[in-house]
Design a protein around this ligand. Structure first.
Ligand code: GLU
Length: 183
């Protein structure tokens, strides 16, 4: 069973997020990841949504986020341990998933919405087709990425409203944590 963590603080939240993942490790997982909204450019890190993901243990993720060159820092963040249901256990399928908006090639562009998800979205295929028709490109095989793009498509400056509207279109059993670059 996977785990999700979300946190907001006045100081760097990454140690709290990875500690949350360490506490969830006992549940088992095939990959893990953490993302922050970096309000300003830090040493070796660009502003905006940034993430680190791994198909190894949380300890390897900790090494990535603490790397002297290009570590991760921010005051708002989300994190996840994944137990794959849709898509192989691979880095590109690991959460957090980002939506860079429509008209951007898969794997390119900056994240506007970042999301972690526990559970299954039953109507992901139909939603994926609708979002592809709107110009969203998919970088993973997960049902999760559909939610990130759906929230982006509905976002008009209020993340809570966009998430509420997105959830009304989802079928399945799930929990999510979401953040927006602009909030
Ligand atoms: N269905 C999602 C996936 O395959 C989430 C799985 C989970 O709950 O960890 O990525």
């Amino acid at each position: 069973m996977c785990g999700i963590v979300g946190a907001v603080s006045g100081r760097n939240i990454v140690p709290i997020l990875v500690q949350g993942l360490q506490r969830l490790e006992y549940r088992g997982y095939d990959s893990c990841g953490v993302a922050v909204n970096a309000a300003q450019t830090q040493m070796g890190q660009a502003a905006g949504l940034q993430r680190a993901r791994s198909t190894e243990r949380v300890a390897e993720l900790v090494a990535q986020v603490n790397a002297p060159s290009g570590g991760l820092q921010g005051t708002t963040g989300i994190a996840h341990t994944r137990w794959a249901t849709h898509g192989a256990p691979a880095v590109h399928n690991a959460h957090p998933h980002f939506s860079p908006g429509p008209g951007v090639k898969a794997g390119e562009g900056k994240g506007r919405i970042g999301l972690v998800h526990n559970g299954i979205i039953e109507n992901h295929e139909e939603l994926r087709a609708e979002l592809q028709a709107k110009g969203y490109a998919f970088a993973s095989q997960t049902d999760t990425e559909v939610i990130a793009h759906l929230v982006d498509a509905l976002y008009q400056g209020d993340l809570f409203e966009a998430v509420q509207a997105a959830v009304r279109q989802l079928r399945g059993a799930y929990a999510i944590a979401v953040m927006a670059k602009d909030e």
